[in-house]
Design a protein around this ligand. Sequence first.
Ligand code: OAD
Length: 256
Amino acid sequence: MANVTLEEVATTIAERIGYGATVVGFTGAGVSKASGIPTFRGAEGIWERRNVEDVASADALRRNPEQFWRFHDTLRPVLATAIPNSAHFVFAEMEERVSEDVEVAVVTQNIDRLHQRAGSRRVIELHGDALAYTCMKCGDKPDVPIPAPMYPPRCELCDGVIRPDVVLFREVLPPEALSEAQDLCSRADVLLVVGTSGLVEPAASLPYLALHAGALVVEINPTPTPLTGYVHYSIQATATAALPPLWERIEEKLNS
Ligand code: OAD
């Protein structure tokens, strides 16, 4: 989309946020980059240095839980100490400040809780939560200190291996989260796609569902993705550079 201004994009978005509208944010690792959490792909991405099959697959957890957990304990301190950035706060403010007739939700692939910590209340976690845990034997939901006291951490009740509540490679997404995300995207008036490479299914199909259903779809990402050619507006910038000024303009128009 050549030479589009934030002003134009904001005007078009604001026109769609009428009575009964649904506005959905669909986010990926890029939205948390400014909080110091690395993305998965790209030059400094987590999967550039690690093989996802070895450290984040269902097989890896079964075959070598110690290696699996040692990898997770390189990420957990980063996730646990990160603080939300201005892009996370935009979604929380939007939910707080738009008229109560407008539905606002965030569908995220992130496992870092930063949307919730910024204040968003309606957050659908497609890929789970890396800071919550379940015993694979008895189903207890214990806390696991950082770093873990042993590798792998074991349940105090039954000695079963504990796992993080994340969707691992080759596992299915939580069905309720996926169907809620599909429902939201298929009736969204506006979908803001922020900081995702759009390469991991089934999440990657959600923006196409929204496009097909007639939503206005805006992508914010410094790098083109497979979705870029299909969206109504592509803003090639980081989340923290584009989202706050875009929201400021949208809010001005909604209040004028
Ligand atoms: P990726 O690492 O695949 O993509 C991150 C995207 O963010 C890329 O398109 C970057 O161009 C973009 N980006 C980088 N910096 C940015 C910034 N400051 N602002 C905005 N965008 C920026 O991450 P995801 O698309 O989230 O799966 O990856 C999808 C899934 O793959 C993840 O949820 C994870 C991973 O394997 C699970 O954990 C199950």
